[in-house]
Design a protein around this ligand. Structure first.
Ligand SMILES: NC(=O)c1ccc[n+]([C@@H]2O[C@H](COP(=O)([O-])OP(=O)(O)OC[C@H]3O[C@@H](n4cnc5c(N)ncnc54)[C@H](OP(=O)(O)O)[C@@H]3O)[C@@H](O)[C@H]2O)c1
Length: 156
């Protein structure tokens, strides 16, 4: 099972350099509630960004994979050099947590999408490219001030 989770604004903006362009505590809580103690995969840039947020604290996941084409080693994570083969062979309950490059590569393999729609426009420079939800059914929607939490499941 492969789940993608991300937040984007009305322009599909997801990042500002190596950070999130916004601070929505409710979205952080939502992200943490779903991914805490789970198996996650992220790109090298997102890993460095998260390390910046958590500083010396351990990242709150049970297993961490980091996708990277270089031969880096990580103290707390397993390097994934061929992300597509990794996704094709996945047998875990895997959460794909960013960023842009990794979301775009993972979308064709996703079973479930958790998208937070941010009902504002923010400043930043990293956008997720247009994508189709034709193969998905909206199975959950929660409307909050400035945010909509949506869950989509791939049609059988
Ligand atoms: N709004 C959200 O929900 C959210 C969530 C997470 C992150 N973000 C944002 O996303 C941005 C980062 O996105 P990003 O695209 O720059 O970086 P990224 O997706 O975090 O990382 C990309 C990494 O994937 C590697 N890679 C590319 N193809 C690969 C393959 N086939 N197999 C293995 N590794 C591969 C790249 O290696 P090379 O460098 O060698 O090409 C690079 O190190 C930041 O602004 C962050 O804040 C937003």
């Amino acid at each position: 099972m492969i789940s993608l989770i991300w937040a984007m604004d009305e322009n599909r903006l997801i990042g500002a350099k190596d950070r999130l362009p916004w601070h929505y505590p409710l979205d952080l809580k939502y992200f943490q509630s779903l991914t805490k103690n789970q198996v996650v995969v992220m790109g090298h840039e997102t890993y460095l960004s998260l390390k910046g947020y958590y500083k010396s604290k351990p990242l709150p996941f049970s297993k961490i994979y980091v996708a990277n084409l270089n031969d880096y080693t990580y103290d707390d994570a397993i390097l994934v050099k061929d992300f597509i083969t990794f996704l094709k062979n996945n047998k875990e309950n895997l959460w794909v947590i960013g960023g842009k490059t990794i979301y775009e590569l993972a979308l064709p393999y996703a079973n479930t999408l958790y998208i937070t729609y941010i009902l504002n426009r923010h400043e930043g420079d990293i956008y997720i490219k247009p994508f189709s939800l034709d193969n998905y059914i909206l199975t959950n929607k929660l409307i909050e001030p400035s945010l909509i939490f949506a869950k989509y499941e791939r049609k059988e």
